[in-house]
Write a protein that binds this ligand. Sequence first.
Ligand code: IMP
Ligand code: MG
Length: 174
Amino acid sequence: MEKLKMKVLYSRDEINRVVRGLAEQISRDYQGKDLVVVCVLKGAFMFMADLVRCLKGPCIIDFVRLASYGSGTSTSGTVTVTKDLETSITGKDVLVVEDIVDTGITLDFLVKKLQERKPGSLRVCTLVDKKHRRKIEFKADYVGFDLDQGFILGYGIDFDEKARYLPEIYVMEE
Ligand code: IMP
Ligand code: MG
């Protein structure tokens, strides 16, 4: 296997601290509510697993998988659902958990799609927000890290399916 050139950007300690902070905010905001956490596969699986374990109240977990990213490093513009939710979100308080918001195209599509099912509320939590790279306006409600530049991988996030298993987040070099 070819070796990827990368260096640590966010250590496990930093990730843990940020995830705990997000979980605190979310726990406060959803106190006494029936929360449905929607994990966007595959990139958010590790983040979601850590996040829900830090929440102070119960939640239901479901998954969606979207296709928008080829093996390149930028969203093509067309998004499709390749795995839909299995639970009804109508009337429920829904929190979408994503790894990275980049151009905004993927989450804009998903949010619109989920809104059609009339959830009681719908918010988005992203571990990493690349605000400067938006092609369309999109605002996440909970943001872990703001990132100006660089292609990242690790902690669930891949490059061509590589590096998802790594516990830290790395940035690709050159
Ligand atoms: P968007 O539609 O451009 O916002 O695409 C967001 C998706 O692109 C993320 O959920 C990631 O799966 C992927 N993505 C964006 N930036 C990166 C990166 O730096 N590394 C790996 N995947 C990325
Ligand atoms: Mg993703």
